[in-house]
Each structure stands twice: as C-alpha cells, then as structure tokens.
Design a protein around this ligand. Structure first.
Ligand code: ATP
Length: 395
C-alpha cells in the first residue's frame, strides 16, 4: 500500500470539456477516501486519471514515491473495481480472479495461494468452479473484488462498485467492503454519487461539484461543519433546510424568518465569530431536519415555528413533517455561483417566492396532520449560517 497524491490535477477532454480543475488531495497509506458528488461532477474522471485510464491534462499524480503521469496503467500497481464488474462470462470464478496474475505469468502455486486466500476472505470458496452467470449480483461483485485483492496492489480504485445491486444487498456489501478494506489496510479511493455510502464508508470524504473539490474531511465534520451551501445541501438526508433569514440583536440574539422570530443562544457568536459582521443583514440560514421536532413532544422548548403541515410522511422510526415558512428558499446550487438563487416559480417544491417548504424529522409520536396547524421546536444552538454573496459558511 502507498500514499496517493493529486497535486493541481486538471482534465480537459479532447472536445474542450473541462471535467476537473486544480484537484489537490493526499490519500494516506491505508486510508479509505470517498469521492462523492452529483452526476457529471468529475469524480470518475479524477479516479480514471489515478488509474491511468485517462490522460492527465494538468498537475501530477503520485503513487508511493513515484510520479505516475507517464506510467502506463498496468505498471501503476493499482487495482480498479468497476460498476459493471467486467467479468469474463466464459471463465470460471477461479479463472476470473486469477486472470490478471496469469497474464503476468506469475507461478501457478503463487496464483493458487492468492486465489484461495481471496476466496476465503470473500466467502467464494464453494463457488470457484462456477461461471459468473450462475452467481447472484452480490457474488459477482465479490468476484470483481477478488480480482483486485489477488493483485495485492498499492491502492484499490473503486468506481460505484455497488450501484448494480438492489438496496438491501448494497447495504450488506457496503459493510463487507468496509470490513475488507480495514482488514487488508489497502489505500482506497472509492467513487460514488450516494452520500449515505460516502458517509458510512469513508475515513474521509471529498465532495466535488462541477469539477471542483468543495471540501474534504471526516464524515461527521462534513455534516457538522459544511464549508459552503453546496456541501450543506448535499450531505445529509433529508437535506438541510436552507432559507433567507436575519440575525438581530434585540436584548438577546434573535433569528428572524419572515414574520417569525426564534431566540438564538449567544454562544452562536462565539461559535461563529464572523456572524458579528452579519448582524441585521440577510443571511442564508440552514436548519437540519433532525434539529427540529414536534414542539409538544420536545422538552419545554419555546423556540417554536408555527405553521400548517403540508405533508406528513411516516417512516416508522421518524415522521417527516413538511411545513412552510415565510422566508425565501435558498438553493444550494453550486458554491462557485456567486449569487444565491431564490426560488421564485410558484408551485415548485421549495415554495413560491418568499416561502420555503421545510422538513422536520419528528418523533413518531407526533400528532401532526396534513392541513392542520403544527408547532415545530427548533434547536437554535445548531443552526448553520452562510454568507449570501459567496455561499461560504460563516465561521
Ligand atoms: P457520473 O456519476 O455520472 O459518472 P462523474 O461525476 O463521474 O459523473 P465524469 O464522468 O467524470 O463525472 O464527467 C465529468 C464531466 O466530463 C461531465 O461533464 C462529462 O460529460 C464530461 N466527460 C466525461 N467523459 C468525457 C469525454 N470522453 N469527452 C468529453 N467529455 C467527457
């Protein structure tokens, strides 16, 4: 295993499309780094440049102590696992796993030893003589992993390896990949568009948008301290509620959202020193659904938004209560946009003009009913604040 570094890496395709801009990342030896972002954000391109499947237009990629820009893929000592598995249908599981080693003319004994070990790790020992068509989706995925493992590479590069599996199997295989990576300790870069997968798998998660790295950090830090509106809107499910508001000093601190006011603890100014400069001015304010609850079920909170329930979704463990707040919605868009986009079209999800549909993750004992008044308590010690001009978090 080895450290993998990207320094100032950029990619412009032959047709002039810029897919990646000035990407700087250092993935430590043995680290599991997840690259996540919406479709088209450049994550696959970035991975393929590390793999040697795509030419690097700018910057350098270093694996271990070698700059590999000019090193062909087969000599980079990395193993790629694709979404499609790329198994040979006419070969047995054993030969599929062994294929790369046979190409390298490795001695038969060594090949057998490695295949056996990988099959043991992956629970494929009883299936070694089968053909891929006689395996389940999860087993095929394991064969693809087996092929990567036997290479004993310096790094694993995985491109959406779970996206062909059904939801339940995906959760199961996600746990297996996490365990496998921990046991083998191989440096891993894993690409996905699924933020849940990213958060559960990554030692660190790198969030990309429009070819630009937005933030890289431990999953909990991304969730607690998103660096900008894009990350705030992308990480977390349901997404963070984002709307325009104003912080005022009026004795204590108060957040003004349309015609409603919430008390905010003074600690907000200590936690976000930059807020001082934004007092009395428009801000983008973020409230996570899980930082709200049905006021009648939360312990004596007086920080309450009153509204009418637009939709009540029972999920079993939680109930999502959708309600409107009289404050313009903020679109997380892409953080390289300099202007906040305010949803103006009536009838769209997100509200009409000056209204925002807010989702609160409520206790299942909530009695909220569609069309009826609701009182939602907000934990105002956990609000997020963003500069409306730049979209950057106010720290
Ligand atoms: P997805 O999750 O949909 O695969 P992604 O985040 O992995 O998306 P990339 O596949 O890296 O994104 O694509 C980034 C950008 O580069 C997109 O705008 C895409 O259309 C463009 N792109 C990808 N491959 C090529 C190519 N061969 N030629 C020109 N443009 C390309």
């Amino acid at each position: 295993m080895a450290e993998v570094r990207l320094d100032g890496v950029g990619k412009v395709y032959a047709d002039g499309t810029r897919a990646v801009t000035d990407l700087n990342l250092a993935i430590a030896e043995g680290e599991f780094l997840v690259l996540v972002g919406p479709s088209g954000c450049g994550k696959t391109t970035a991975l393929r440049m590390v793999a040697g499947l795509e030419e690097i237009s700018e910057g350098t990629v270093t694996i271990g102590d070698r700059v590999v820009n000019r090193v062909p893929s087969r000599d980079r000592d990395v193993a790629m696992v694709f979404q499609s598995y790329a198994l040979y249908p006419h070969l047995s599981v054993r030969d599929n796993i062994a294929f790369g080693l046979q190409l390298r003319k490795m001695p038969k004994d060594e090949i057998n030893r490695r295949v056996q070990r990988a099959a043991d790790i992956l629970g494929l020992t009883d299936h070694l003589d089968r053909k891929p068509r006689n395996l389940s989706g999860g087993q095929r995925q394991r064969v693809a992993m087996g092929r990567a493992i036997v290479r004993e590479p310096q790094a694993f590069l995985m491109d959406e390896p779970l996206s062909n599996l059904d939801a339940k199997l995906r959760v199961q295989m996600r746990a297996e990949i996490a365990r496998l990576q921990r046991d083998l300790g191989v440096t891993t870069i894993y690409v996905t568009h699924d933020q849940t997968e990213a958060m559960t798998l990554g030692d660190r998660v790198a969030v990309m948008s429009k070819g630009i790295l937005q933030q890289v950090d431990h999953p909990q830090s991304l969730y607690d301290h998103p660096a900008n509106l894009f990350v705030a809107g992308f990480i977390g499910s349901p997404a963070m509620n984002l709307m325009r508001g104003r912080l005022e000093r009026d004795g204590g601190l108060a957040l003004v959202l349309g015609d409603q006011r919430l008390e905010v603890p003074d600690t907000a100014l200590r936690d976000h020193p930059g807020l001082e400069d934004h007092l009395g001015r428009d801000l983008a304010v973020g409230i996570r659904p899980e930082d709200m609850d049905d006021a009648d079920l939360s312990d004596g909170s007086h920080n309450v938004l009153t509204s009418r329930a637009e939709l009540v979704e029972a999920m079993g463990s939680d109930v999502m209560v959708h309600f409107t707040v009289d404050a313009p919605r903020v679109d997380p868009g892409d953080s390289d946009d300099t202007e906040l986009e305010v949803e103006a079209a009536p009838g769209l999800v997100g509200g009409d003009g000056g209204r925002t549909i807010v989702i609160a993750r409520c206790n299942p004992r909530t009695t909220a009913q569609v069309g009826e008044p609701v009182r939602i308590a907000v934990d105002t010690s956990r609000l997020h604040y963003f500069d409306p001009a730049s979209g950057q978090a106010i720290g």
